[in-house]
Design a protein around this ligand. Structure first.
Ligand SMILES: Cc1cc2nc3c(=O)[nH]c(=O)nc-3n(C[C@H](O)[C@H](O)[C@H](O)COP(=O)(O)OP(=O)(O)OC[C@H]3O[C@@H](n4cnc5c(N)ncnc54)[C@H](O)[C@@H]3O)c2cc1C
Length: 551
């Protein structure tokens, strides 16, 4: 009789990426962090968790165990709270307390480490809970008045009790068009009360406090008339402050409850100055757009791992898949895209970090951070879609089956171009920050400096010329043509910037693989040419993540 192994097993029979340390194997991520931080941070504990318990819990929550809305308690009280799978609750506690994912920017660490952690986590539902919390912490720390600021300091993950935040801007009549917000806030006896309906509210039933946009009496129409409020889940007398009408049924991001919230005379605390809410909202959106960028790459990386490892053992036509030329091309393209996104997202993070103390009306550094963030958000979302789709295909029929992880990663990737502002909105906002704030001038100056710092002058020079020409051409076009072409412009700039930044990494670390990837990105994504054919050694170096996985 064969031995039946019933020891406690994980999902190793379903997933090839399960059991790996998702930080240690990710040499490109470690290298990019080395470049931006001066030395490699130790994220190994998170990498271990991400490759085992977290991978498995996120998989289970997606399939079997999403959040449940509890409307009435057994005691007969209206509670509108969300019950998370106990395993998800435990992993959140672990991420917040043991690992300290959200602490970095508040205790002398950097946003790079925070965002790299989201990349390693990969699951966008879990990451969303962490992101809406850190967005709220960042905004309240920067703009809230005392005692609200001190009261919610636990959102940073530095103090107990564990608190969660949320950002509720979208209403039924418009998410992209925040100026259409109709929620109103009225002050009476020093207390603001809000009435309105928030149509997409992630963290509903979970968050202790939400940032909410609303219109104060006499404010002008449009986005400039918005103010921002901190709205707690419970009132000062302990009763429920708003209702959660329902949780949305979603095709991904299951781990985060997303609901519809009804504000009925809900108590709120004004954040910063009345009428400046759109600035604060956009700043908090910068935090989540960067999170989306790094998270999208995490999704792409998980799918890539499943696919690359699959091609290393599956055979067709007498050879392993990875030995077929076209499979090689697919893997090279996928890996190059991930690494292009990585440098772009970390560069945007770097500039955001430098300008994170800026307040309205802001310095050119802040506008440049916005420009890069719009670009990074869109380009990385595209990368997540492309890489997860290719990964599904590389698993053949198995890729389409819901029982294996790669199908979920593609489903999860689909949200990345939608929330935090759709691709069209990122492209339009990119144009706005160029037209009104001249952010493209900073971009050209910065990239000229960066191109000079690279050894391989040829690729950098080509990429720099590409950026300069693209912008020059844009400046002489009719505004309606520029708007029509905005997404193409964003994409072109994004990949050309990535090529220069990859050459920078190659120069700083003296590593040829980043130079090869820079060339691939420029040739393929900017010039639309075929991916250069690499010799066996170079190919394996790129697709095995510098020898970290067995290909
Ligand atoms: C899972 C999930 C969670 C979410 N969580 C939150 C949350 O916690 N808080 C929150 O505030 N929101 C949240 N959202 C809402 C999300 O941010 C919005 O759905 C998104 O910004 C798009 O807004 P919309 O749905 O109103 O689409 P619309 O604004 O109606 O857009 C529809 C389409 O029209 C396009 N479009 C709109 N205007 C223009 C234009 N001027 N030019 C060109 N194209 C245009 C858009 O690109 C899009 O393709 C969540 C959404 C989802 C799916």
């Amino acid at each position: 009789m064969g031995r039946c192994d019933l020891t406690l097993k994980g999902i190793e029979d379903l997933s090839l990426a399960y059991g790996l340390n998702h930080y240690v194997i990710d040499k490109p991520l470690r290298d990019v962090l080395k470049v931006y931080l001066g030395s490699e941070p130790d994220l190994r504990t998170l990498g271990e968790l991400a490759g085992r318990e977290l991978y498995e819990i996120a998989y289970r929550v997606d399939r079997l165990s999403g959040p449940v809305l509890i409307t009435w308690s057994v005691r007969g009280d209206r509670v509108d709270s969300v019950w998370l799978d106990p395993a998800e609750r435990l992993i959140l506690e672990k991420l917040i307390w043991d690992i300290g994912v959200n602490r970095y920017p508040f205790n002398g660490g950097s946003w790079h480490e925070h965002y790299a952690s989201l990349n390693i986590i990969g699951d966008p539902g879990v990451s969303c809970i962490l992101t809406i919390t850190i967005q709220t912490a960042y905004t309240l720390e920067k703009y809230a008045f005392e005692p609200v600021r001190s009261y919610y300091r636990s959102l940073s993950g530095l103090l107990k009790p564990t608190m969660f935040g949320a950002t509720w801007f979208t209403e039924i009549q418009g998410g992209s068009d925040l100026g259409a917000n109709a929620t109103v806030a009225r002050e009476s006896n020093g207390l603001w009360r809000l009435n309105g309906y928030k149509y997409f509210a992630s963290g509903a039933g979970l968050a202790d406090v939400a940032l909410v946009t609303a219109r104060t009496p006499g404010s002008p129409p449009g986005a400039k008339g918005l103010s921002l409020f901190a709205v707690p889940r419970v009132r000062r007398d302990g009763s429920l402050n708003f209702y959660v009408r329902r949780l949305k049924a979603k095709s991904g991001t299951i781990a985060v409850p997303t609901g519809e919230v009804e504000l009925v005379d809900s108590e709120g605390y004004l954040v910063g100055e009345a009428g400046k809410g759109i600035y604060y909202a956009l700043e908090s959106l910068m935090v989540s757009r960067l999170a989306n960028s790094h998270g999208a790459l995490g999704i792409a990386r998980k799918a890539y791992l499943e696919a690359a490892l699959y091609t290393a053992h599956r055979r067709a036509f007498g050879r392993r898949l990875v030995e077929h030329r076209l499979v090689r091309r697919d893997l090279l393209e996928a890996e190059s895209l991930i690494e292009a996104g990585l440098v772009l997202a970390h560069e945007a993070t770097e500039i955001f970090q430098r300008s994170s103390r800026d307040t309205p009306p802001y310095t050119p550094a802040y506008h440049y951070a916005r420009l890069l963030t719009h670009i990074a958000k869109n380009v990385t979302a595209e990368i997540a879609l492309r890489v997860t789709a290719t990964s599904m295909e590389l698993l053949g029929g198995l890729g389409f089956l819901t029982e294996y992880p790669v199908e979920r990663w593609h489903r999860e990737a689909l949200i990345t171009p939608i929330w935090e502002g759709t691709s069209n909105i990122q492209a339009l906002d990119m144009l706005e920050v160029m037209a009104k704030k001249g952010a493209h001038k900073t971009l050209v100056e910065e990239m000229r400096g960066r191109a000079k710092e690279t050894m391989n002058v040829d690729t950098s020079r080509k990429a720099l010329t590409a950026i300069e020409t693209t912008i020059e051409q844009m400046l002489v076009k009719q505004p309606e043509v520029v708007e029509y072409e905005a997404k193409d412009l964003l994409r072109k700039l994004g990949y050309a910037i990535s090529a220069i930044l990859l050459e920078n990494v190659a120069t700083r670390l003296w590593e040829k693989r980043y130079h090869m990837i820079a060339e691939i990105i420029l040739e393929r994504e900017f010039l639309g040419r075929p991916i250069p054919l690499l010799n066996d050694g170079d190919f394996v170096d790129v697709v095995s993540l510098g020898g970290q996985i067995n290909i």
